[in-house]
Design a protein around this ligand. Structure first.
Ligand code: WQD
Length: 342
C-alpha cells in the first residue's frame, strides 16, 4: 500500500488530529495549509505526540500554479485527504463570494491536479449540514439533501456534487465524502486541540472558554424547541474518533475495498445530546459550575439532528469509542493546558 498522503488543512482542528492518527498507522504525511485559520506551532504538537514531524508547505490551494508545483516536486503521493476550507457559518452569510471562491476553487484545483498527476484517491470533509432539518431521525445517508441554510453549507453540498461528477467522468478516480456531525474534544495528550480565532461560534469551545474566565457566560440559544428539555439536540463525537475514521476510509480506498467509486458515510455516535446535557457533562467532568443564560434562538439553527451511523459501522467497521464525558474532559484539559503554556 502506498503510504504517502497529502493532508490539506493539516494544521487545522480536525486535520491535525487526523495527521496524528495517520502517522500512528505508518503513513508518510505531507501537509499543505495556508495558515489562514491555524497556527504553525500545531506542527510541534503533532511531533510531540508522534515523534515524527510531517512535511509541511504553506500554500494557498487557490493558487493553481503553486499546487501544481507541489505535486511536481513531491512525486509518489497517491491519496489526498482534503480538509482545507473556510468554515464559519455566520461569516459565510456576510461574505458568500469569499466562501464560494475559497472552498470551491481549492477543490477544483485539487481535482485538476489529481487527474494531471494520476492521484487516484480522495477523502473529502463534508458535513451533516447537507441534511438541513431532516424529516426522519436518526438521519441516514440516503435522506434527501435540503437547500443549504448558509453559503458555507452550500459549499459542502456543491463540493460533493463536483466530486461525484468528476468521479463519474474518470474511471481512475475514487472518493469518499465523510459527513461529520459535531466534532468536539482534543487529543488526550493535550498537545493539540481546537484553537478558535476570536470569539468561538461553537458550543464546546465557548463552554471551556467561559469556564476558563475568558468569556462571561455561555448564552444558550433557545429553550423552547420541541425537544425533551427545550434546547437543541446534536450528535457530538470525539475528534479522535473522527480522525480515526479518516484513516479507515483512506485504507478502504487504498486497499480497493470500496464498493463503487464514490461513497458517502455519516460520522457520528448515533446519539442525540441537548445543549443542557452537554453543559451537565462539562460540569461533571470539570467539577466546575458553568455560568450560562438562556437567550433567543440563534437564526439558522436546526432543532435536532443525530446520525444513523450504521453504514460506517457495518461497511467501514468504524464506530465511536469515546463518550461525551471523555470528549468534554479532553476539551477542558486542552483549554487548561493551552492557557498555561501560552
Ligand atoms: C451546537 C448547539 C447551538 C453556541 C456546527 C458547525 C457547522 C456544521 C455542523 C460542519 C446548537 C448551541 C452554540 C453557543 C449555544 N459542521 N449553542 N450557545 O450549529 O450544530 O454547527 O456543526 O460542517 O458548520 O458550525 O454547532 O457548536 O455552533 O452549536 O447554545 O454559544 O449549541 O444553538 O444547538 P452547529 P454549534
Amino acid at each position: 500500500m502506498n503510504k504517502k498522503v497529502l493532508v490539506t488543512g493539516g494544521t487545522g482542528y480536525i486535520g491535525s488530529h487526523t495527521v496524528v492518527e495517520l502517522q500512528n498507522e505508518g503513513f508518510e504525511v505531507y501537509i499543505i495549509d495556508n495558515l489562514s485559520n491555524s497556527d504553525i506551532n500545531v506542527l510541534d504538537g503533532i511531533t510531540g505526540i508522534t515523534g515524527k514531524r510531517p512535511a509541511f508547505e504553506k500554500i494557498d490551494l487557490c493558487d493553481h500554479e503553486k499546487v501544481k508545483a507541489f505535486f511536481s516536486h513531491n512525486p509518489g503521493i497517491e491519496s489526498i485527504i482534503h480538509f482545507a476550507a473556510y468554515k464559519a457559518v455566520g461569516e459565510s452569510v456576510e461574505k458568500p463570494v469569499l466562501y464560494y471562491h475559497n472552498n470551491l476553487v481549492s477543490l477544483l484545483n485539487l481535482l485538476t491536479c489529481m487527474k494531471d498527476f494520476n492521484i487516484p484517491s480522495l477523502v473529502f470533509s463534508s458535513s451533516c449540514t447537507v441534511y438541513g432539518q431532516p424529516d426522519e431521525l436518526p438521519v441516514s445517508e440516503d435522506a434527501p439533501i435540503q437547500e443549504a441554510v448558509s453559503p458555507y453549507g452550500n459549499t459542502k453540498q456543491i463540493g460533493e456534487e463536483i466530486i461525484r461528477d468528476t468521479i463519474h467522468s474518470c474511471e481512475q478516480l475514487k472518493a469518499v465524502s465523510l459527513r461529520y456531525f459535531n466534532p468536539i474534544g482534543a487529543h488526550p495528550s493535550s498537545y493539540i486541540g481546537e484553537l478558535p480565532i476570536g470569539i468561538p461560534e461553537n458550543l464546546v469551545p465557548y463552554i471551556t472558554q467561559t469556564a476558563a474566565g475568558i468569556r462571561d457566560e455561555l448564552r444558550v440559544f433557545g429553550d423552547d424547541y420541541d425537544t425533551p428539555d427545550g434546547s437543541c439536540i446534536r450528535d457530538y463525537l470525539h475528534v479522535v474518533d473522527l480522525a480515526q475514521a479518516h484513516v479507515v476510509a483512506l485504507k478502504r480506498l487504498l486497499e480497493k475495498r470500496n464498493k463503487g467509486n464514490y461513497e458517502i458515510f455519516n460520522l457520528g455516535t448515533g446519539r442525540g445530546v441537548s445543549v443542557f446535557e452537554a453543559i451537565e457533562s462539562f460540569e461533571r467532568v470539570s467539577g466546575k459550575k458553568l455560568r450560562y443564560r438562556v437567550v433567543d434562538r440563534r437564526p439558522g439553527d436546526i432543532e435536532k439532528i443525530w446520525a444513523n451511523p450504521a453504514l460506517a459501522n457495518n461497511e467501514m467497521r468504524w464506530s465511536t469509542k469515546y463518550s461525551l464525558d471523555d470528549a468534554m474532559k479532553s476539551a477542558w484539559d486542552w483549554e487548561l493546558s493551552y492557557r498555561k503554556n501560552k
